[in-house]
Design a binder for this molecule. Structure first.
Ligand code: FAS
Ligand code: PHB
Length: 399
């Protein structure tokens, strides 16, 4: 009879996205072993274009862990953002409003590259290309994760003390929590984002969030040579309907400004459409399984919170696991979900607020559409309102 190869670690981590990789680094610094099981190849995860904005405390955490070298050299430090509507721009000086906090624009796939190489360099175990991940005995004290190193490889087993489900929104970990134990909350927005990467110089010194009658647009950046821009589109639309000239035409119109600013075009070398939702799964834990990041929650990218929330979850989880090994204490683990959900719901609120205020939603009544414009008008003329936006955008303090 074929015996299943079994290996052992302290924490089995499913998923090598920001959640899984940060968790592995944090545990390593606490002397706790982990193994990451990742479905895709290293090249695939290091090439997936996603988030762009890091909150101040995440930047400080990366630097404190010795992982921020390239980020500090190549990242862009933004102390403010610009809101644009009625063809007028309003600068929000977030650093001035938050006692000096900023955000850093540094692409998620660059963060992934840095975390993977550093983890492998310090002897970390990341298995790429695994398939058929399944969870066993989560209710006991000796959970197991079975997997294959490839579709045709024999099944193997990873025995552990804890399992971290860092496998994103479509991964299997959330489904391993019995449906009766889960409550899920969701909004699916009737719009999505068409994102592009273009070989062009920056057209503006900071991010521009634009609310235009034709729809939302966002101007962001990646480097002095590459810019990142987004357009609100129908999430069911096909990218084939968006040739480059149509994309630029819409960006020019939605970002137009009376003061004569102009957008510099360039060759578009990446484009895609993403749908948008707000989603939270309560609870985030079941027995020895703990969900973190997109496996447990999704925010619309308007508030630039997704990646940062994933890091917040695993910081809480790593501290709870460390306390368990050091003192046998279970309160951190037992309170994990409640602790994370307090921050998650604040980020969900902020992301929903930014999304509903800045997008044109045909399902909104004319009254609601005017309320959103009034919100913008109030916001840019109220120090209190701008302070509230700024402290959420740069990142609420980690407890
Ligand atoms: P991730 O989804 O990043 O990582 C999960 C990992 O698990 C993946 O590598 C996946 O391959 C792996 N996995 C899945 N199933 C598995 C299985 N069965 N076995 C093993 N491994 C498995 N956030 C922002 O803040 N700003 C943005 O602009 C932004 N843009 C986005 C654009 C897109 C297209 C998407 C999808 C998300 C975007 N996000 C953005 C959100 C995003 O950055 C997430 O919040 C962030 O990646 C969350 O990290 P993780 O929780 O690690 O999940
Ligand atoms: C990005 O640069 O990809 C980005 C910036 C801000 C957002 C979302 C995405 O709110």
């Amino acid at each position: 009879m074929q015996t299943t190869k079994a290996t052992r670690t302290q924490v089995a981590i499913v998923g090598a996205g920001p959640a899984g990789l940060f968790l592995s680094h944090l545990l390593h610094r606490q002397g706790i072993e982990s193994v990451i099981l990742e479905h895709r190849t290293r090249e695939e995860i290091e090439g997936t274009i996603r988030a762009g904005v890091l909150e101040q405390w995440v930047v400080d955490l990366m630097n404190g862990m010795g992982l921020g070298g390239r980020m500090m050299r190549e990242g862009h430090f933004h102390s403010g953002i610009t809101l644009r509507f009625d063809r007028r721009s309003h600068h929000i000086d977030m650093a001035e409003l938050t006692g000096g906090k900023r955000v850093t624009v540094y692409a998620q796939h660059e963060v992934i590259r840095d975390l993977v190489s550093a983890r492998l360099e310090d002897g970390g175990s990341i298995l790429f290309g695994v398939s058929d991940v399944q969870f066993h005995d989560l209710d006991g004290k000796a959970p197991r994760v079975s997997f294959r190193r490839g579709p045709d490889a024999p099944p193997e087993e990873l025995r552990c003390d804890f399992v971290a489900g860092c496998d994103g929104f479509h991964g299997p970990a959330r489904q391993a929590i019995p449906a009766a134990a889960r409550a899920e909350y969701q909004i699916v927005y009737p719009f999505g984002w068409l994102g592009i990467l273009t070989a062009a110089p920056p057209s503006h010194p900071e991010l521009i969030y634009a609310n235009h009658e034709r729809g939302f647009a966002l101007l962001s950046t990646r480097s002095p040579e590459v810019q990142r821009l987004y357009l609100q589109v129908d999430p069911r639309d096909d990218i084939a309907n968006w040739p480059d000239d149509r994309i630029w035409s819409e960006l020019h119109r939605r970002l137009e400004e009376d003061a004569g600013w102009s957008l510099t075009e360039g060759a578009i070398f990446q484009k895609g459409i993403i749908a948008m939702r707000s989603f939270v799964c309560e609870t985030m834990q079941h027995g020895r399984l703990f969900l973190a990041g997109d496996a447990a929650h999704i925010v619309p990218p308007t508030g630039a919170k997704g990646l940062n929330l994933a890091v917040a979850d695993v910081l809480v989880l790593s501290r709870a696991i460390d306390a368990y090994y050091k003192s046998g204490g279970m309160e951190g683990l037992e309170g994990y979900s409640a602790t994370c959900l307090r921050r998650i719901w604040k980020a969900e609120r902020f992301s929903w607020y930014m999304t509903t205020m800045l997008h044109r939603n045909e399902q909104d009544s004319p009254f609601e559409q005017r309320v959103h414009l009034a919100e913008l008008d109030y916001l840019v003329h109220s120090r209190a309102a701008m302070t509230a936006l700024a402290e959420n955008y740069v990142g609420l303090p980690m407890e």
